[in-house]
Design a protein around this ligand. Structure first.
Ligand code: SAM
Ligand code: SF4
Length: 483
């Protein structure tokens, strides 16, 4: 899954050559993933589900027999960006066709869900449109598209796509690395007035607890050590337990913390209203649960929170933060903010700035409000001019940037646990992550990939930290490091 669409630059490999046993050779699949972590996870699962049908992934679009654009619809012009991407792929498809090779183009994800048949109407080169709830049917849908049918499947199905998906082979897990995502919940019933998710991903659905545990056990046997549970509204998780009773996210986390090999658990993205007592308590007594919580607030102004239909006030958010901090003192927080929501006055924006100062975030994602067709906020009067949005965004980012630098700086000279994930930039280095998701370049031998070890931070750079294994010298011994 990579951004490698170097049009026409590659060798052409169609039709697939028959082996001596009469089976066709592996065909190549290129998935380009846009947007959030859930799309990254969905792309993995699409690859898993197409593997038994003979598709192996390639990073090069030009090499592929099947190209899937896994799209995101969260911000403005998402559909237009997808159409221009399809335009680029059309040139690649035509070039391949001139050499007698077929490339099948599929559009998946939230733009596919939202646009449906409009995509095949507007873009003649697209063979298949598959919605975010239907990709478990890909082997069948792709076979139909390859047989010449133009296929659109965007219904919300009654069957559970997760039941139908193939489990990843160990080689596929190893490619994902030591840390990976697992979707536990999808869709959202909150209907914030700016957001397309309830329309593109549908109503909230939680996966059964035991199925998630089985998936994580399987990932752990393949070398995964850290799992991030994902969902559009992950702390609304309420999947059935083994006895059919609804289980909360805290119960799920407690079960997963017992899975052999799993060292760390994270979850994202949470809604402040669903941060219940059980989850707050889990932060206090589950060492595997990292002390880093992403809790979007969007605005610090009660007037704007109400207009956004966020269902909580500023004081409720601050109360949740205080209760989490009381449960575990070393928790750090990140958030999402939208500036320039319709009707946002300077005083509302200042309330956002003061909330940021009051909480003190490790970092945050900041967005200028962008009108999404079909959402209620589009209809609101008093849309904020772009220049005002841009100016507020800059001011907010300046404060968040300062907090981020201060947060990182406080780790200089400190020792903290780093999960070593992969080889680093230079020989003798590995890259790992702190519990706070900071990237650390660590002098350490390759055999330690997959271990979580104490690392002393020797330098705080602008994008990464640098460190040595606690008690080790700060100059690498390349021979000993086995690089
Ligand atoms: N479920 C999460 C929550 O409740 O915060 C967030 C889901 S959304 C994928 C991620 C972020 O995108 C949101 O928190 C919001 O800050 C931003 N976002 C969503 N719709 C937006 C819009 N129309 N304009 C600007 N930012 C938007
Ligand atoms: Fe969108 Fe999150 Fe609000 Fe749901 S809770 S509507 S996903 S912003």
């Amino acid at each position: 899954m990579d951004e490698g669409d170097k049009a026409g630059a590659k060798r052409l490999n169609w039709p697939p050559v028959a082996n001596t046993n009469g089976m066709s050779e592996t065909r190549k699949l290129h998935i380009k993933s846009f947007g959030c972590q859930m799309n990254v996870y969905d792309s993995y699962r699409m690859a898993d589900t197409l593997a038994p049908a003979g598709y192996a992934e390639t990073a090069e679009a030009a090499d592929a027999d099947l190209i899937i654009l896994n799209t995101c619809h969260i911000r403005e012009k998402a559909a237009e960006k997808v159409y221009s991407e399809i335009g680029r792929l059309r040139a690649l498809k035509q070039e391949a066709a001139a050499h007698g090779r077929r490339i099948t183009i599929a559009v998946a994800g939230c733009v596919a869900q939202a646009e449906g048949t409009e995509i095949v109407r507007r873009a003649g080169s697209v063979d298949l449109v598959v919605g975010s709830q239907n990709y478990h049917r890909l082997p069948d849908l792709v076979a139909r598209a390859e047989a010449g049918e133009r296929v659109v499947d965007t219904e919300f199905p009654l069957d559970d796509k997760f039941d139908a998906l193939a489990a990843p082979a160990h080689a596929a897990i190893a490619k994902r690395g030591v840390s990976t995502f697992v979707t536990v919940q999808e869709g959202c019933d909150k209907f914030c007035t700016f957001c397309v998710v309830p329309y593109t991903r549908g109503a909230e659905v939680s996966r059964p607890l035991e199925k998630i545990v089985a998936e994580v056990e399987h990932l752990a046997t393949g070398g995964v050590r850290e799992v991030t549970l994902i969902g559009q509204n992950v702390n609304a998780y309420h999947g059935p337990d083994a006895g059919g009773r609804p289980a909360g996210l805290a119960q799920l986390l407690r079960r997963l913390a017992e899975v052999p090999g799993i060292l760390r658990l994270r979850y994202t993205t949470s809604h402040p209203c669903d941060m219940d007592d059980a989850l707050i308590a889990a932060h206090g007594d589950l060492p595997a649960l990292t002390p880093y919580v992403h809790l979007p607030v969007q605005s610090g102004s009660d007037r704007i929170l109400a207009a956004m239909n966020r269902r909580h006030r500023r004081s409720d958010y601050l109360d949740v933060i205080a209760r989490l901090r009381a449960s575990r003192a070393d928790l750090a927080f990140t958030s999402d903010f939208i500036v320039g929501f319709p009707g946002e006055r300077e005083a509302d924006f200042r309330a956002t700035l003061s909330l940021v100062e009051e909480v003190g975030f490790a970092t945050a994602f900041t967005f200028a409000y962008s009108p999404r067709p079909g959402t209620p906020a589009v209809e609101l009067d008093d849309q904020i001019p772009r220049e005002v949005q841009a100016e507020r965004l800059q001011r907010l980012q300046a404060v968040i940037g300062r907090q981020w630098r201060a947060f990182n700086a406080r780790f200089a000279g400190k020792t903290l646990e780093v999960l070593l994930e992969k080889p680093g930039r230079h020989p003798g280095q590995l890259v790992g992550r702190t519990p706070y998701l900071q990237t650390v370049q660590v002098i350490a031998p390759r055999r330690l990939i997959g271990s979580a070890l104490p690392v002393t931070i020797t330098e705080v750079g602008s994008n990464s930290l640098f460190g040595t294994l606690a008690g080790q010298p700060s100059t690498p011994d390349f021979a000993a490091a086995g690089a």
